[in-house]
Design a protein around this ligand. Sequence first.
Ligand SMILES: [Fe+2]
Ligand SMILES: [Fe+2]
Length: 167
Amino acid sequence: MTKTDENLKAAFAGESQANRLYLAFARKAEEEGFTQVAKLFKAAAEAETIHALNHLRITGQIKSTADNIGTAISGETFEFKKMYPEYLEEAKQEGNKQAAWSFDVASKVEQVHANLYQKVLNALKTQKQLEKVDYYVCSVCGNTVEGSPPDKCPICGAPKEKFFKPT
Ligand SMILES: [Fe+2]
Ligand SMILES: [Fe+2]
């Protein structure tokens, strides 16, 4: 890996984080009634996404969809099998209950993601046309479900109304 490849990777990570940070700042600004500041945070967040995607494209990490699903499965699997269990254990040891909750639900949802990706990858390999299905996301824990939202989120217990359909 060249120095520039490393820099692209680091810049992709930084710009991706800046995007989410600014969106969180925009929400806070809205809560505090600073509509104009929220607008600037949102505009800058969009710009950081453009930077992140430019950097990512140049690294050559975006492959065919089948390959990309494979990459996604590897990432999710690492997270729910190794990364989050360790983080969860450490959060418990340190008595950080909020972090423990956040790691725990994320870990469970990453397993759901790995399964959903695997399902679509299998379908991609065996079917010409993929079955049309909607996905719903729990706005509390990120749980991702096929078809229709459950009455109660099986991961965090949030009610049906907390689910939204990504556009
Ligand atoms: Fe995930
Ligand atoms: Fe949930």
